[in-house]
Design a protein around this ligand. Structure first.
Ligand SMILES: Nc1ncnc2c1ncn2[C@@H]1O[C@H](COP(=O)(O)OP(=O)(O)O)[C@@H](O)[C@H]1O
Ligand SMILES: N[C@@H](CCC(=O)OP(=O)(O)O)C(=O)O
Length: 387
């Protein structure tokens, strides 16, 4: 038996309610031996589609990150050259096919979402993507994310959906990142070249040593290999999200997932998502501040409440909805007592200061909710909890 065929022993799958499932080209690309009409092979995808349907029937939510557009595009047009621009064109040609392929297999209304890493770095685009994905989940659609290959291009390779999947997992506050690939999980070395390579069942932290073990070439059809999967797991871990790597070609492995058993590699999260988010809030640069009265300061401290406009006495700085801002007690005017995400931009915030929450809509003509900073987006500073 070769190293690649070693079975990954079962372990419990972390509990999850909302997962990002990433499916690589290695599972979808049709081969010459088994040509398919649209260039995509439904053999493995059908089992993954059943997993999605079953998860949803258990009240769980799945965001799918699917590669395979280049493979689908290749079937539609003769393209001999395989440089980056040709691959970008093939991805554009195959993307619609890829989405309808999944829609056909799952029977769930599929929504195409194309994202680039730049989108995640731009605060407004990030929030827009987050809102759209949340709304898609709310209405019961299946969001199908792929990298926007037309505009996103690395000098060396096209696309990296492993890292996109990690970014999406934190974007939608997922509690699990699932990466289905063509191999059982992570091995101590590239199993194709190293017969003694052994399965790694659990990773507490992605170390340089592990990255080295995973730096070998990808499979025939994939792009990033294990390296980008470990990079993705490391990012998810920082955001408080565990990652599982498993073989999407093994129907038994996928069925076991539905029963809460993992045959693959589990990469642990550094902390829970809430703690990770609060850490981020504490250190992100702030764009402005809200002066609050004693009553509001006490409510934040004692009751862990959201900040309402009635307790705000003054707005300082220029910021947009979604920016990080500080909360400062007006009396005594000391260091910031909390930080959080602004529900309203500075201009709107100035108009609702001292107003009751139920007046917001009348004053602004719209509302993003009763609070100016929601308690889930707020971290208290200088408390024992944060020491
Ligand atoms: N240490 C390792 N353990 C497991 N697989 C590895 C390792 N190093 C490199 N690989 C390669 O990574 C491949 C999976 O990545 P890739 O081909 O990009 O798949 P996908 O299309 O699913 O993203 C494996 O089939 C294997 O050839
Ligand atoms: N965006 C490209 C895939 C890029 C990619 O990350 O591929 P893979 O390593 O197979 O997940 C496509 O749809 O073909």
């Amino acid at each position: 038996m070769s190293a690649e065929q070693t079975v990954f022993a079962a372990q419990p799958l972390p509990n999850w309610k909302r997962a990002v499932l990433k499916v690589g080209s290695s599972l979808l690309a049709g081969t010459d031996k088994l040509p398919s009409e649209d260039g995509l092979d439904p053999r493995y995808a059908a089992v993954l589609a059943r997993f999605i349907i079953e998860a949803r029937s258990q009240g769980r939510e799945v965001v799918l990150v699917s590669s395979g557009a280049v493979a689908a595009g290749r079937r539609r047009i003769e393209s001999t050259n395989s440089g980056p621009v040709q691959r970008q064109a093939l991805a554009a040609l195959g993307q619609a096919t890829l989405v309808s392929f999944w829609q056909r297999l799952t029977g769930i209304p599929a929504a195409q979402v194309l994202l680039s890493h730049d989108d995640m770095l731009n605060r407004r685009r990030y929030l827009n993507a987050r809102n759209t994905l949340r709304e898609l989940l709310r209405v019961g659609a299946l969001p199908i994310v792929n990298e926007n290959d037309t505009v996103a291009i690395d000098k060396l390779r096209l696309g990296d959906n492993d890292n996109i999947a990690a970014a999406v997992a934190s974007l939608v506050d997922a509690d699990l990142l699932m990466i289905a690939t063509d191999i059982g999980g992570l091995y101590t070395a590239h199993p194709k070249y190293e017969p003694s390579a052994a399965p790694i069942l659990k990773v507490d932290r992605v170390t340089d040593e592990l990255l080295l073990a995973a730096s070998g070439d990808p499979g025939e059809l994939g792009t990033g290999g294990m390296l980008t999967k470990l990079e993705a797991a490391s990012k998810a871990s920082t955001a408080g999200i565990p990652t599982v790597l498993f073989c999407g070609r093994d129907a038994d492995v996928i069925r076991a997932l539905s029963d809460g058993r993992l045959h693959g590699t589990l990469l642990m999260a550094e902390s829970d998502p809430l703690t990770a988010r609060k850490q981020w809030l504490r250190h992100a640069p702030s764009c402005g501040s809200l002066m609050v009265d004693g009553g509001a300061a006490a409510a934040l401290h004692r009751r862990g409440a959201s900040l309402l406009p009635g307790g705000v006495v003054r707005v300082e700085g220029e910021f947009r909805r979604g920016d990080v801002i500080e909360v400062v007690n007006e009396q005594p005017h000391g260091p910031a007592l909390a930080r959080g995400l602004a529900q309203y931009g500075a201009a709107d915030m100035r108009r609702i200061v001292r107003r009751h929450s139920n007046e917001i809509e009348a004053v602004l003509g719209f509302t993003f909710g009763e609070s100016v900073i929601h308690r889930d987006d707020l971290v208290l500073l200088n408390t024992e909890e944060n020491a």
